[in-house]
Design a protein around this ligand. Structure first.
Ligand SMILES: NC(=O)c1ccc[n+]([C@@H]2O[C@H](COP(=O)([O-])OP(=O)(O)OC[C@H]3O[C@@H](n4cnc5c(N)ncnc54)[C@H](OP(=O)(O)O)[C@@H]3O)[C@@H](O)[C@H]2O)c1
Length: 197
């Protein structure tokens, strides 16, 4: 099997790529990889798929949004965050349909802020909520038996920089997050939001 991991050099992407490597070939991409992609630029997504060719699964491990108090957020902040974590992932799906083998899968990335907010987290919440709703809708509309799920974890044990912003939140491990990707990719489910609370 051949897997495409977008954001493979990140904390979650590295764990996902390592887990998937036990089951087949992993092609890891990001802005700084040899086959590069910037999810904010649709043309780079198309070029990436042309270079990678057909795959059994696309695992998205990206998503960067601004964190600011609601009263300080500008229209441009919302646009920037939504273009990255929201539309960037939608475009990985829209543009990737022709590059998945029949029965292949997309697995997208959201997070706890879709349902359990912290101060300054409204752009993250917006993008996460949109992707989770998109997942439900796309699952019943994808052709050729293609599947789609989303992994929505709590803050990671390993993400020590974030811990002060998530007091009292239950921390999950990168391994638990990677396991949810394995379930999505190697299993048969579709339209699921794997909430790792
Ligand atoms: N860490 C947590 O505790 C946690 C918890 C819940 C949810 N999440 C979500 O999980 C996602 C990944 O988090 P992470 O902690 O693994 O992040 P990370 O360590 O910062 O990794 C981000 C990855 O995405 C790539 N990337 C960044 N911008 C990109 C772009 N525009 N186009 C293509 N690739 C891009 C980066 O590589 P390059 O810089 O080379 O492009 C890197 O490989 C985010 O959506 C985050 O909200 C994280």
């Amino acid at each position: 099997m051949k897997f495409l991991v977008v954001g493979a050099s990140g904390l979650i992407g590295r764990a996902v790529a390592k887990a998937l490597s036990q089951y087949g070939e992993v092609i890891g991409v990001s802005r700084s990889s040899e086959i590069s992609v910037d999810v904010r630029e649709p043309a780079t997504i198309q070029r990436m798929y042309e270079r990678v060719g057909k795959v059994d699964a696309v695992a998205s491990c990206i998503g960067k949004v601004p964190f600011k108090p609601l009263t300080e957020l500008t229209y441009a902040d919302y646009e920037e965050g939504f273009r990255d974590k929201g539309l960037g992932q939608v475009e990985l799906v829209r543009s990737g349909i022709d590059y998945l083998v029949d029965g292949g899968s997309f697995t997208l990335m959201t997070g706890i802020l879709a349902r359990d907010p912290i101060p300054s987290g409204s752009v993250a919440a917006l993008a996460n909520g949109a992707i989770e709703s998109f997942t439900l809708a796309a699952a019943i509309d994808l052709p050729r038996g293609l599947r789609i799920n989303t992994v929505s974890p709590n803050v990671l044990v390993e993400a020590t920089n974030y811990h002060a912003s998530f007091p009292g939140y239950h921390q999950v491990t990168a391994k638990e997050v990677a396991d949810a990707y394995l379930k999505s990719i190697l299993g048969k489910q579709t339209g699921q939001i794997y909430k790792l609370d």
